[in-house]
Design a protein around this ligand. Sequence first.
Ligand SMILES: [Zn+2]
Length: 218
Amino acid sequence: MDCILIDIHTHHAINTEERDILTLSSYSIYDTIDESSYFSLGIHPWDIDNHVTDCALFLIQNRIHSPNCIAIGEIGLDYVKNKNREAQMYLFKSLLEMANKNEMPVLLHVVKAYHDLLRFKSLNSTPWIIHAFKPKGSIMKSLENMNIYFSLGVREILWASKMDTLQLVPLDRLFLETDNSENDILSVYELYSAKSGIAVNSLKKIIFENFYKIFTVK
Ligand SMILES: [Zn+2]
């Protein structure tokens, strides 16, 4: 049997016709949530300010017990688009503790904040998936040996193949995603396959196994 395709991170609604694709939709507390398929829940670092913190925590805490909510995210730290580092760190810390308490993996958005990100790793032992990940030697070195997975979309695959860093992401830590792009997930697999030389079918098996290493869903 073929392994199904997995889109580990999208903001688009699920196409229910596509039964051979497992999709993890990421919702913000501001979205209307379709709870009929797998989703993650969080608040994007771009949306954080001093006014949202406790209310966001309350809303997330209230909805993560839905049976199809299998991860917390996307959450994280973005020091380029949001200058309020204090509010971001406060919320991030609280959400990591929540993930730990509920044994849920975390889907992360990180921009120019790796030094702070790693300081938080000790707060939480559940797997992290860094989305829209651009592999660089310096970053990979500080992340190796941690329970961290890396998800790439079209933009990151093209960037990494240009920089010759695609192979830095270990295959047993790899995911692929569509995020908010118009690409379908098969075309992301095909692009990764073309750039890496790994056949799409092997890629499907690798990512399928990675998924079931960190998620305990049927
Ligand atoms: Zn996203």
